[in-house]
Design a protein around this ligand. Structure first.
Ligand code: GLU
Length: 445
């Protein structure tokens, strides 16, 4: 790392003890930014990095709720409003027992650069709760969402902060959150949340967007080497919203997706995953991959282990942070891998990224490769602002243009800074320069 940035890094680490995922995300970005500061001494003079690493506002609140038996539970809610240089804070809410401030801050920090790369007018933020939705009834989920919004509503708004989904928060939760926001404020403010239902202000393609976008990004990377998805053998991790639509898109481009996973294990389906069955099991029935294997002849369920043991030419990590470590990366490389695109946020550890880069594997980092979700949220905001709704074809076309644009900007920025083919450098510098310029233009705030 550039020595001028080390002191800033040390301050950030000391000021935020124990937030190891946030530290990881900060270090990973700083490692790319030395050359930018040679060309832009004004960023050092303006202490842009110091300001960027300190969220503009952090909200932590109590979320009390009752389960179906009438028992009282208390969870912790978070919203980190990280950076508004480019637009209202924008980013999802994650409901998962692993959520604490360090997770929300790593996600919010990543979101700043990701959102900048989309070219849309959106700042960076993230939120969530350590609430565990697994096994909870619809009524319990609704009461939790209502309680969560009873505090959150005072901090958000169409021009202020626009949450959406992430792990554990999908269309059902956004519906309950929106209903409570509307009830408390007495405003039908469509643009306050994205990921809404299609009949009440949502956008077509938003459910598919993250997974589709990841595959479009990977396809653009493959093209730079004269390759395509046709005939590739693809391994996906996860089996939620991002994974399901990544699988569908990869297969529509001629690939065979042979594996995906959940927290209990993974399935191998040599014939190619049956997306309709996977979606029925995971999204409609909220079941497990064992249910898929039981209904799909020829597929195998493996308990525990790692989905990265499955041989593939393209890997799409679409589960969660740090799910792919250096050993898994080395195994994938020795099994003939040519490309990785991250559908999840920071799924590869720093040592995994080094393994991929040293082996010359095409590697698309999450802040570029999974930006299709938030980009389509920005398209949803556009439709809401103009009280319009676009066709699937038009919206998908916009998503494709945005993803190709992100790919090309990352590639051009990497070239410009002497690191051709390095999408990590391209994404970090491309996102950073845009935010840094806007921060300096807006004065010391
Ligand atoms: N949670 C998603 C992400 O990681 C989407 C956020 C949004 O649509 O605002 O980018």
């Amino acid at each position: 790392m550039d020595s001028r940035l080390e002191a800033v890094r040390d301050t950030v680490l000391a000021r935020n003890p124990g937030e190891k995922e946030f530290h990881q995300a900060v270090i990973e970005v700083f490692e790319s930014l030395g050359p930018v500061h040679d060309r832009h001494p004004e960023f050092l003079e303006g202490a842009v990095l110091e300001r960027l690493c300190e969220p503009e506002r952090q909200i932590i609140f109590r979320v009390p709720w009752t389960d179906d038996a009438g028992r009282v539970h208390v969870n912790r809610g978070f919203r980190v409003e990280f950076n508004s240089a480019l637009g209202p804070y924008k980013g999802g809410l994650r409901f998962h027992p692993s959520v604490y401030l360090g997770i929300v801050k790593f996600l919010g920090f990543e979101q700043i650069f990701k959102n900048a790369l989309t070219g849309m007018p959106i700042g960076g933020g993230k939120g969530g709760s350590d609430f565990d939705p697994r096994g909870r009834s619809d009524a319990e989920i609704m009461r939790f969402c209502q309680s969560f919004m009873t505090e959150l509503y005072r901090h958000i708004g169409e021009y202020t902060d626009v949450p959406a989904g992430d792990i554990g928060v999908g269309g059902r939760e956004i519906g309950y959150l929106f209903g409570q926001y509307k009830r408390i404020t007495n405003r039908y403010e469509s643009g306050v949340l994205t990921g809404k239902g299609i009949s009440w202000g949502g956008s077509l393609v938003r459910p598919e967007a993250t997974g589709y976008g990841t595959v479009i990004f990977a396809q653009e990377m493959l093209k730079t080497r004269g390759q395509s998805f046709d005939g590739q053998r693809v391994v996906v991790s996860g089996s939620g919203n991002v994974a399901i639509h990544a699988i569908a898109k990869a297969q529509s481009l001629g690939a065979t997706v042979v594996a995906c996973s959940d927290s209990a294990g993974y399935i191998v389906d040599e014939a190619g995953i049956d997306v309709a069955l996977l979606s029925q099991v995971k999204e409609v029935e909220r079941g497990r991959l064992t249910d898929y294997a039981a209904r799909r002849p020829g597929s195998n369920h493996v308990v525990g282990g790692s989905v990265w043991d499955v041989t593939g030419t393209v890997a799409l990590p679409c589960a969660t942070q740090n799910e792919l470590d250096g050993d898994a990366a080395a195994k994938l490389v020795s099994n003939g891998l040519i490309a990785v695109a991250e559908g999840a946020n920071m799924p590869s550890t720093r040592s995994a990224v080094s393994v991929f880069q040293e082996a010359g594997i095409l590697f698309g980092p999450g802040k570029a490769a999974n930006a299709g979700g938030v980009a389509t949220s920005a398209l949803e905001m556009q439709q809401n602002a103009s009280r319009d709704s676009w066709s699937f074809e038009h919206t998908e076309q916009r998503l494709t243009e945005i993803m190709v644009g992100i790919h090309d900007r990352c590639a051009a920025t990497a070239d410009e800074y002497g690191a051709p083919g390095n999408y990590v450098v391209g994404a970090n510098i491309g996102g950073f320069v845009k935010v840094a310029d806007a921060m300096l233009a807006q004065g010391l705030i």
